[in-house]
Design a protein around this ligand. Structure first.
Ligand code: PHE
Ligand code: CO
Length: 296
């Protein structure tokens, strides 16, 4: 058999955290997970399922249940893939860490979702600066079973390949869209706002903060507005964008982005926490506890 896949993490340097990328795909070394790895999964799984009961969107919770994931053990990619194959034709592939943009886009464009094979350490239960198995599996995989969201993710991958060919600014605009939808999106439902973003559902603190804190803004989804909005990577978000449905998301992102990228290129960029007069405001944040610096 081949050797143990690598655990590729960011590097701590005197100039801060530098992300490190890995390219290949790996088999999930399931039999080599330790008792500690399974325990970390169990703790995170139980904790988030409880917190998300009335906070995550129905689509997220119901689809997660269809996979039969449980606290008992880290799920096997093969088992999840059997469910995905029948559902929406997506496939999970194992990776060692962050992928370069182009590689990531190519996988999505072909309905392959990269999942980090390794899980965080017990001292990282509350925070980790890069995606690990818990974030990727628990957070991203459930909605790949939703037919509309499944198509959105593939369209995003194709759009990424295209944006990459256009230039760095287009890529930045597209990355912001991913950030404010796939990672940190909220959805409006008859019961109130709910979470669907993977970055939120895989975080205990942000699951509560995103919905219940007075601090952040909650604004209606607006494609061009999002493309112009900076974001935070190492603190909770200052603004969340709310969609009405996955169909709305799909429709808004259907058109060719080329003319939109061109238009947006000559317009000002917004700080992460600023509300604009044209915004549809669900909640105007108090801004309590915000760091002014550090927008990406
Ligand atoms: N319509 C987008 C484009 O032309 C592709 C896309 C779809 C991007 C969905 C993101 C999400 O680039
Ligand atoms: Co993610």
């Amino acid at each position: 058999m081949n050797s143990e896949p690598r655990r590729v993490e960011h590097q701590q340097t005197d100039r801060g955290n530098i992300p490190v990328y890995a390219v290949g795909t790996v088999e999930q070394p399931w039999s080599r997970y330790s008792r500690m790895d399974h325990d970390v999964w169990a703790q995170l799984f139980r904790r988030q399922r409880e917190i998300l009961k009335h906070r995550a969107s129905r689509e997220f919770l119901d689809n997660q249940e269809r996979f039969g994931m449980s606290a008992d053990a880290i799920p096997k990619f093969d088992d999840l893939n059997a469910v995905l194959a029948k559902g929406t034709g997506w496939e999970i592939i194992g990776v060692e860490g962050l992928l370069p943009d182009q590689v990531f886009f190519d996988h999505l464009a072909n309905r392959r979702f990269p999942v980090t094979w390794w899980i965080r350490k017990p001292e990282q239960l509350d925070y980790i600066s890069e995606p690990d198995l818990f974030h990727d599996l628990f957070g991203h995989v459930p909605l790949l079973l939703n037919p509309v969201f499944a198509d959105y993710m593939q369209a995003y991958g194709r759009g990424g390949v295209k944006a990459h060919g256009i230039g760095a600014d287009a890529l930045m605009n597209l990355t912001r869209l991913y950030w404010y939808t796939v990672e940190f999106g909220l959805i409006n439902t008859p019961e109130g706002l709910r979470i669907y973003g993977s970055g939120i559902v895989s975080s205990k603190g942000e699951s509560v903060y995103a919905l219940e804190s007075e601090a952040p803004n909650r604004l209606g989804f607006d494609l061009e507005r999002i493309m112009r909005t900076r974001y935070k990577i190492d603190t909770f978000q200052q603004t969340y964008f709310v969609i009405d449905s996955f169909e709305q998301l799909m429709e808004a992102t259907e058109p060719d982005f080329r003319p939109i990228y061109e238009r947006v290129a000559s317009m000002p960029v917004f700080p992460a926490g600023e509300v604009q007069s044209s915004d549809r405001v669900f909640h105007r944040g108090t801004g309590q506890g915000w760091l002014k610096s550090g927008d990406v």
